[in-house]
Design a protein around this ligand. Sequence first.
Ligand SMILES: [Zn+2]
Length: 217
Amino acid sequence: MRESVSPELEHMIDGYRRFREHGWTPKLERWHELGEGQSPRVLIIACSDSRVDPAQIFDTDPGEMFVVRNVAAMVPPFETAPGLHGVSAALEFAVQVLKVKEIVVLGHGMCGGCKAALTQSLQGTEPGEGGFIASWIALLDDVRPPVVAQYGTTGREAERAMEHAGVRTSLANLRTFPWVSSKEEQGSLRLTGAFFAISDGVLHLLDETTGAFHPVD
Ligand SMILES: [Zn+2]
């Protein structure tokens, strides 16, 4: 152990000790099982936002969900050009190797990435000044105009419309991956849009036939 750690890491290590006591030791059998391999049935695409931890929201145990988190819970479209396709790599592993049965795209309220896509506040900035975020959330450029036309660029209504549009965009992009859409057509994989409203802690599911999000009872 290092001699000195930051107060931030010290706080995390306190949590780790609680985990060893309450999350590791009482579940040794399950952990040993997981040591043999993982077989999660669900892939979750969520935002990196500290308030929307899928394992907490869905109260899952280790081994249950394969999770990808990034700014605004985005999935890029299927692309074969050389590049650092981190989301596509995780998607490929989850769908083709782990053979998950369900992919959930989990958007959330008060999403800073979606807000920046809405206001275009980071456009033209340099890497390190917002440029990386700007080019990532440009994935939402195509769905922005109808949101702006209906709600403008400010206020919670506009922001929420953009957050919902982000979930629909990631679902649409997931379906550009040929092996995702073929498995969905065959019925061996389901895709679901979801939204977690931070203000009241309520999970909503997207009804893709109407495009509306409904709260879960
Ligand atoms: Zn977010």
